[in-house]
Ligand binder design. Structure first.
Ligand code: FE2
Length: 369
């Protein structure tokens, strides 16, 4: 895209592009983004914005060799900005992000379309690895199969995305029955659909459950897309949805060593009003502490959400076999399991998390290759 003309208006420079579109750049923005104001190696800002007058205006603006040249009125400084940089940074247009993958929500029919990826190929083929990350982000859930019979083999795949998110359960955790459990996961009970660690200020992003052994009868994994469930609640009862997105609900985990609590809405919305994350674990709610009148209505909303999670139209269930790993967005996809009989065989899942930030970063880096 070429610049056809520039026009010095009060406070903003109007740039007309070859397709007729006009972009308006505040002078502060042009001064602030002077390429000379960045560290050449790290590309971090070095210019102290407060060293520039707020009412900075150009004395002269010119186009030369695909560059916009600006001489400023307050100093001898000359800013030279490439026209293609300006084309990519038009005010009012959100910067493009290759990791901005639109979520495709699903219900029970997803059981037939679950994205599956082969572990050996993931380790050998970067394009395939990127396909896996994109599919996992799009649907919030995928399965990796063919993982070596080694507790660390699933972890090794996760570490190719980024560093692991450490929590009070460690950098990795083993889900198996324990004699002295501090969490229902470490029993053979059924686990209702939930997200992990909603009691954390920032609950972990992607969760990985690598099935190392699954010889026990029962223990099928269950998943449901909470984005879909939240939208069902929004459709069914706008007031209930509003309560779930605004009232800070109390979440708490505590054991002998930790007492980790937070108040947050159950459903998080992004700045565009789309469901962005969900915190839901009936086991980890603290006693509600909102105003009594609000609480009466909140219970109605909470029960409606809970009822939707039990609706079989939303969930899928399948048994992970040894060498398979479920990978899912813990802030989007609810997970649970059916009860199993520990007397019939050993069930061991190796779990860990990689946060959304590291996951998205790997997508961007692989696309840039
Ligand atoms: Fe869990």
């Amino acid at each position: 895209m070429q610049i056809v003309s520039v026009d010095m208006s009060p406070r903003v420079l109007a740039v007309t592009w070859s397709d007729g579109a006009v972009s308006r750049y505040p002078y502060q923005f042009l001064r602030d983004n002077d390429p000379a104001g960045f560290h050449p190696q790290t590309q971090e800002w070095l210019l102290d914005l407060l060293s520039v007058p707020e009412a900075e205006e150009p004395r002269r603006v010119a186009l030369a060799d695909g560059m916009l040249e600006i001489d400023w009125s307050s100093s001898d400084a000359r800013t030279r900005i490439p026209a293609d940089w300006l084309a990519r940074h038009r005010p009012g247009r959100r910067a493009e992000d290759p990791a901005d993958v639109a979520a495709v929500t699903w219900g029970a029919e997803f059981a037939e379309a679950l994205p599956r990826f082969d572990a050996r190929r993931l380790l050998a083929d970067q394009g395939y690895f990127l396909d896996w990350l994109m599919a996992t982000k799009r649907f919030g859930l995928s399965v990796v199969s063919g993982i070596e019979d080694d507790e660390e083999a699933g972890v090794a795949i996760g570490k190719r995305i980024g560093f692991l998110r450490q929590t009070n359960f460690g950098a990795t955790f083993r889900v198996e029955t324990m004699p002295d459990p501090n969490n229902l996961a470490y029993t053979s009970h059924a686990l209702a659909l939930h997200t992990d660690l909603p009691n954390q200020e920032l609950p972990p992003g992607y969760q990985f459950l690598h099935c190392v052994r699954n010889g026990a009868v029962g223990g099928e994994s269950v998943f449901a897309d909470a984005y879909r469930i939240a939208e069902e609640v929004r459709r069914a009862d706008v007031e209930a949805f509003a309560l779930l997105t605004t009232i800070p609900a109390p979440y708490r985990f505590h054991d002998r060593e930790f007492d980790i609590r937070v108040h947050r809405p159950l459903i998080g919305l992004d700045e565009r009003g789309r469901v962005f994350d969900v915190r839901y674990s009936a086991h980890l709610m603290d006693a509600f502490d909102m105003d009594a009148d609000v609480m009466v209505d909140y219970y109605r909303a909470y029960r409606l959400f809970m009822k939707e999670t039990r609706d079989l139209r939303h969930g899928i269930a399948f048994k992970l076999g040894a060498g398979e790993m479920a990978v899912f967005d813990n802030r989007r996809v609810l997970h649970g399991r059916k009860a199993f009989n520990p007397a019939t065989g050993h069930r061991l899942l190796k779990g860990f998390y990689v946060d959304r930030g590291e996951f998205d970063s790997r997508i961007r880096k692989l696309i840039a290759v």
